[in-house]
Ligand binder design. Structure first.
Ligand code: MSK
Length: 647
């Protein structure tokens, strides 16, 4: 990190000035937030940070001495390599389970909608036909609901089948990759089976071979990628429609003083879709309590989902979620699942904000709970919106901080939308303009900037810096998750940000954008939520198939500069298993084992597991975003050279 930024980092929490203001306000009022709690424990536990603390039985916890000093084995004899690999697998399981549950809930919702037992209908009919065809489901002469039911049952089969290959893996993976995974014995059969097996192998007295444990991590990556990401995105597109280009706004100015403000936060868009619908329908009731209407804003990935499909503006990414309440203008924060800080409740108690949990397995002590079921989704959404309206008159006007600044951003870049934009240049072969630009070097490569913001990092700085460095060097950047919030807030998803692009990249963005009726495409393309990392993966697969190569051969990289979540690690592992280099800017907690670090990052020569040799990509851990971008650019150029593309 450059000296100046290091200095800034010690003084400040965010590149976003509005959150700086709210953080100061919270500190002065004695309101604790994640940022202040992080400052109270400035140095994380060194053993946990190195991944050498083992809590898998009641004889411990044991920990391996760092730098060769102190005990080098736990009481059971597990060494540092085993403990670090096992802890990494535990994090992968956690991440994959969250995404798998997301997928399972969505599959059930599609089944219920198809059977007419819910408040949802199928909106993405074209996508339904496309997915059904890919799964080998006969569609001719069948009603949409029948096809929807067959697709939902195929999805649920991926949680049950005992032999063969997951349906969603066969649907999206390249044949060469499946062959490679089969040879290594890492191809998942069913999602729950693999998660259960992985939990079993991490328990005391089971798997004690670090190589085998790391192979287990790769299986979790595939479970996550196909059973979590792809399955969820496909079924959400079928239920709610495929995202299309939208224009919206970011930053705290999206919270409106005169409106009833409702934040949707979490990941699974089943409820947030209904909140958006009922907020529009009940605006008259808001007017009756003196508000101008109802304003829904997004936080984290529920925010990304409703942004992508409805243009709902976004208020905050993960790390600053509590500070949104400190505006004093939030009537309700509705949460579903994942990335929800328990701390929001204590902050809400200092204001009139009502935190409303909605799932039986995600409750927060002190919060209101409204049980959500797909067959009573309309009722739940109405109840919740009415609770928010009832809170509007309870505002303490002394505590309000209103912000006016917003930043315009384009979103909605599903692959379907990207192909539509490209087909304005070549209707018969829409991918050709993109391939030509990559081949000529006008676009050097493609980078997905994904993942989170992290309270221990200077918010947005890593995400924005990596993006700017890559753009400057003519790399096409797509983004998902909370990283997309960072880029949008700092003008990288509107036309102002074109100034950060290298000349040739800017030329391509303008040519495609203008053919599609815009001034230009924005400098970075918002592809959606965490599970929508399936979208850049599909784009890469389409490009690789069109070129007759493997995804691993493409000049493509992933970067996760500010992650906080095990989910990001397992998403990264999915990309690694496909041969894509993955950068993380936050300690992946494996440094306690040189062996594990070497396998993931450096290549191990004689031990039979070398990620780069086996798959074609590796993990890059680099905290400094400028250096990280330089490494990614080097890797892109290496892959270009190997493909015989222009230097
Ligand atoms: S919400 S996993 S903080 S991206 Fe998907 Fe944001 Fe990361 Fe959660």
């Amino acid at each position: 990190m450059p000296k100046t930024q290091n200095h800034i980092h010690t003084q400040r929490i965010s590149l976003d000035q509005d959150f700086e203001v709210l953080y100061e306000k919270a500190c002065e009022a004695g309101i604790e937030t994640a940022f202040s709690r992080a400052k109270q424990t400035p140095v994380p536990c060194p053993f946990g940070s190195a991944g050498v603390c083992c809590r898998h039985c009641l004889e411990g916890p044991c920990r391996i001495g760092l730098n060769g000093k102190g005990p080098q084995e736990g009481i059971c004899g597990a060494n540092g390599d085993t403990i670090v690999a096992r802890n990494l697998l535990t994090m992968m399981i956690e991440g994959a389970a969250g995404h798998a549950e997301h997928g399972r809930e969505t599959a059930l919702a599609l089944l219920e909608a198809s059977e007419g037992n819910s408040d949802y209908q199928i909106k993405g009919v074209e996508k339904l036909y496309q997915v059904a065809a890919g799964l080998g489901i006969e569609t001719s002469g069948k009603a949409v609901e029948d096809i929807g039911k067959q697709v939902a049952l195929k999805a649920l089969e991926d949680f049950q089948k005992q032999t063969g290959v997951m349906n969603w893996l066969a649907l999206h993976a390249q044949q060469q990759s499946i062959h490679k995974w089969n040879e290594l014995g890492i191809t998942p059969v069913n999602i729950h089976l693999e998660i259960s097996k992985a939990v079993t192998r991490t328990t005391m007295g089971c798997d004690a071979d670090p190589i085998n444990l790391l192979l287990g991590c790769l299986t979790m990556g595939l479970v996550d990628g196909f059973g979590g990401l792809h399955l969820s995105s496909d079924l959400q597109d079928i239920l709610f429609g495929v995202p299309k280009l939208v224009k919206s706004n970011f930053r705290l100015g999206v919270i409106k003083k005169e409106m009833v403000n409702i934040a949707v936060h979490g990941h699974v868009p089943l409820l947030s879709e209904k909140i958006v619908e009922w907020s529009r329908k009940l605006s008259g009731e808001a007017k009756a309590v003196g508000a101008a209407g109802i304003n829904v804003v997004g936080i984290c990935c529920s925010g990304n989902e409703v942004l992508m499909r409805h243009g709902i503006p976004a208020a905050s990414s993960f790390s600053s979620q509590e500070l949104v309440i400190v505006t004093g203008m939030l009537e309700a924060m509705i949460v579903d699942v994942q990335c929800i800080m328990p701390g929001i409740q204590k902050v809400a108690e200092c204001y009139h904000t009502e935190v409303i949990t909605t799932l039986p397995y995600v409750k927060i002590a002190g919060s209101t709970h409204v049980d959500f079921h797909t067959d009573k989704a309309d009722k739940a959404a109405q109840d919740i919106v009415r609770k928010a309206i009832a809170n509007f008159p309870k505002r303490d006007h002394q505590k309000i901080n209103s912000f006016t600044g917003t930043v315009e951003a384009y979103a909605g870049f599903s692959n379907e939308q990207i192909i539509e934009a490209l087909s304005a240049l070549n209707r018969e072969d829409p991918l050709k303009p993109l391939l030509d630009a990559i081949a000529s070097g006008a676009i050097r490569g493609v980078a997905a900037i994904v993942g989170c913001t992290n309270v221990r990092e200077f918010q947005d700085w890593g995400n924005v810096t990596v993006a700017k460095e890559l753009l400057k060097n003519n790399v096409l950047v797509v983004a998902t998750g909370c990283s997309a919030h960072s880029l949008a807030k700092h003008n990288l998803m509107n036309m102002q940000g074109l100034e950060y692009c290298g000349e040739s990249l800017r030329g391509v963005l303008k040519a495609v954008g203008q053919a599609a009726g815009l001034e230009s495409l924005p400098p970075t393309l918002h592809m959606g939520s965490c599970v929508d990392n399936s979208r850049p993966a599909d784009l890469l697969t389409a490009v690789a198939n069109r070129l007759g190569v493997e995804v691993k051969d493409l000049p493509a990289v992933g970067s996760c500069p500010e992650t906080h979540s095990p989910k990001a690690l397992v998403i990264g592992t999915y990309f690694l298993a496909n041969g894509v280099d993955v950068h993380v800017g936050v300690n992946p907690q494996v440094s306690g084992s040189q062996f594990v670090t070497d396998v993931l990052c450096n290549g191990v020569k004689d031990d039979g597991l070398n990620l780069e040799k086996l798959f074609g990509g590796k993990l890059i851990y680099e905290k400094d975003p400028v250096k990280a971008a330089a490494i990614l650019l080097r890797r892109i150029e290496e892959k270009r050279l190997a493909l015989g593309l222009s230097s």
